[in-house]
Design a binder for this molecule. Structure first.
Ligand code: IVH
Length: 670
């Protein structure tokens, strides 16, 4: 393919993929299936690989993340990012509206919007291209989180239609409930503490150093304010709707996310509507925002020290009810962590009946100083899960005893342990405690681990009950005859199950390691570990120092890995799994090519097309080894911008070939 054809095809593919992304993430319409979409993305990726000079920083292929951000630069806002006045009282909203009207002669038209409970962001676009995203910070300057925001699918990287040449759009980045729940389920599965609420999770995610992790977190956005010198619309409402034509996800008037309103009754109606309806939204809001629509009037009204006079917000009170505590039960997770749960007299809050509320850990019970049969206050803020926020002491029964955290596992009666610095109690009987054993098997067969078709939670439960499986290795010795004896097991489903199990032997090392369910070893950590240690035996022998040398592996993970391998039953399990043919090495994994076989390649500097991690992956996927320093064993030094001078000098002195990123790509594009 010649350069001109490649350039055109790259452009064409980018436009097409951006269009599908927009329909999917903004209009909720799926125009193409996943497979066809991936094909287009792969075609674009490989063209960009072969013709890096045409790969834009805003290419849709960059949605999956790029280089690690070492430090977030501080950026001064061109327009200060102010906060809003707020109140919980309808009377004060009325007073605000009267004050506002006194400042201008023409009647005011108001705009009411949702107050999204996330993190404020300002995004600059130049010539229609996404150029910089900055957090609110202290209002005068914020942090440059451009690379993280680029991964959010509902934020366009290239605008369409009549966009202004240089402007900023502001809005809120938040985490939808569905993503929040998914992430917490994943965290629970690897024994990590759960995130408290979607807002804090969104805020923490935006400050993460690895954009790849941000890309996987599923953040979303609504944009609601346009700032620039040459804006074309007369009012806020019109300009927000106009920005939808440029490709932004803006509040939808049909869903009443934004509404133009003529009078105070209309404002109150909007407030009451959303106070009732907010529990049905797929994300959190903590109130509504009321703004003066006309830009000219806004200008006349001006600002107080901290906030505009032309806008304010009404905050919803957290919904609070009283109910009584029936008893505390304790759940045992896959990793043995014990979660106390309050069983309550059923009570309706925010439209749903609540019977249970998590108490998280012993400290939480202590903090509430919870007693038997206490009457508790249950609150549901914007958040999904109601929580116990206090005890009505007036209603405490005279001789009630304080709740004592259990000392033994409710499932297997083992003595619980709580290590120093840990919030949770654990049951150490991981080899025989039923929920731990079943949980480990369920984790092993799950989609992101071995992805075994034909086996589900209920079947695992049944097989466990019938004594056919006691650990994951038993899956590989299941016999059709034994299975056919069981209730509801027809020949067809048994065959599907055994095929699924057999096929799982092709799963790569990374996923097998994740599937073992070592505490704190999630997908990303498993990836890093298998990259650094070529097989399970090398990993097993790795010292603490060798482990923490690996990127993103800290003390907690290192200790957990060492602990896992120090237990004899775990080593025995791995030996059994090896015998049945599971993959515990990177060696026999399929390579993209053997173009770099036996070559040791050192990379240095920063690169325009690939991140350093991507380059390392490409070296390995094409059969090469990544060297950390230039020596007589090195075959190439791939030199990027600001290449290390010492490395460059050494390579020149000892005659190691120095190549550019582009030349490297040519080496692997056969
Ligand atoms: S307008 C000068 N509109 O609330 C006014 N803010 O306390 C700028 N927020 O930091 C803000 N939804 O993060 C505006 N529809 C909305 C909003 C909204 C949420 C947040 C925003 C801001 C905070 C103000």
């Amino acid at each position: 393919m010649n350069q001109e054809v490649a350039r055109e095809r790259i452009l064409e593919l980018s436009i097409e993929i951006n269009h599908y992304n927009h329909s999917y993430y903004i209009d909720n319409i799926s125009l193409i299936n996943d497979f066809e979409f991936d094909l287009l993305l792969k075609e674009l990726e490989s063209l960009e690989l072969a013709f890096p000079q045409f790969a834009s920083v805003n290419s849709p292929t960059k949605r999956v993340g790029g280089d690690i951000t070492k430090k977030f630069d501080s950026v001064v806002h061109r327009f200060p990012m102010l906060s809003l006045g707020n109140t919980y009282s309808e009377d004060e909203i009325l007073e605000w509206a009267i004050r506002a009207q006194k400042l201008v002669t023409e009647p005011i038209q108001f705009v009411c919007e949702l107050k999204y409970d996330g993190v404020a962001i300002g995004i600059r676009y130049k010539d229609g291209a996404f150029s910089q995203a900055v957090t609110r910070g202290d209002g005068e300057k914020g942090e440059d989180v451009t690379n993280n925001v680029r991964t959010i699918r509902s934020i366009p990287l290239q605008l369409s239609n009549d966009f202004p040449q240089d402007f900023e759009i502001r809005g809120e980045i938040f985490m939808p409930h569905q993503q929040f729940q998914r992430i917490n389920e994943e965290r629970e599965a690897i024994g990590e503490n759960l995130f408290a609420n979607p807002r804090n999770t969104a805020s923490g995610t935006l400050k993460m150093h690895d954009p790849k992790v941000v890309a996987e977190r599923g953040l979303d956005s609504y944009l609601y304010g346009i700032y620039g010198h040459e804006l074309m619309d007369q009012g806020h409402y019109e300009s927000v709707l106009h920005a939808a034509n440029w490709g932004f996800k803006t509040p939808n008037p049909e869903k009443r996310f934004i509404e133009k309103i003529q009078n105070v009754e209309g404002i109150m109606d909007f407030i009451r509507y959303w106070d009732n309806e907010r529990s049905n939204l797929p994300f959190d809001i903590d109130g509504v925002v009321i703004k003066v629509n006309n830009y000219q009037q806004q200008k006349l009204m001006g600002f107080t020290a901290k906030s505009p006079r032309w806008a304010t917000s009404f905050k919803f009170k957290a919904k609070r009810v009283e109910t009584s505590l029936v008893e505390i039960s304790y759940q045992v997770g896959r990793t043995g962590s014990i979660t106390p749960v309050a069983n309550l007299m059923p009570v309706v809050i925010g439209g749903t009946t609540v019977k249970r509320a998590s108490l998280h850990n012993a400290d939480q019970i202590q903090k509430l100083f919870l007693h038997e049969n206490d009457t508790v206050f249950l609150e549901k803020g914007g958040e999904i899960i109601p929580k116990i926020v206090g005890v009505n002491l007036d209603k405490r029964i005279g001789m009630a005893k304080p709740i004592q955290f259990i000392t033994h596992c409710p499932e297997c009666s083992y003595l619980l342990v709580r290590s120093e610095g840990e919030a949770n109690h654990y049951c150490p009987n991981d080899g025989a405690c039923p929920p731990q054993v079943k949980g480990k098997i369920q984790h092993f067969i799950s989609r992101k681990a071995m992805n075994i078709d034909g086996l589900g939670e209920e079947t695992i439960e049944l097989l466990f009950r019938k004594g056919l499986i006691r650990d994951i290795s038993d899956l590989y010795v299941l016999k059709a005859d034994d299975l056919l004896q069981l209730d509801r097991m027809a020949e067809k489903s048994v065959a599907a199950m055994l095929t699924g199990i057999e096929l799982s032997k092709n799963t790569n090392f990374e996923r097998v390691l994740f599937g073992l369910g070592i505490r704190y070893v999630g997908e990303t950590v498993a990836k890093k570990l298998t990259k650094a240690f070529k097989d399970i035996d090398v990993l097993k022998c790795a010292s603490y120092d060798q482990l923490i040398e690996v990127e993103e592996i800290g003390e907690k993970i290192a200790i957990s890995v060492i602990d896992f391998f120090s237990i004899e039953t775990n080593s025995d399990l791995i030996e059994r799994l090896k015998k049945v043919g599971l993959c515990f090495t990177k060696e026999n994994e399929v390579l993209d090519s053997t173009a770099l076989l036996d070559k040791t390649i050192v990379i240095s500097g920063s690169f325009s097309v690939f991140s350093r991690d991507e380059l390392k992956e490409l070296i390995e996927k094409n059969g090469g080894k990544v060297g950390s320093s230039v020596s007589s064993n090195s075959d190439y030094l791939v030199a990027g911008e600001n290449v290390g001078p010492a490395k460059l000098k050494k390579a020149t002195t000892i005659g190691v070939k120095i190549i550019s990123e582009e030349e490297f790509v040519k080496l692997i594009s056969l």
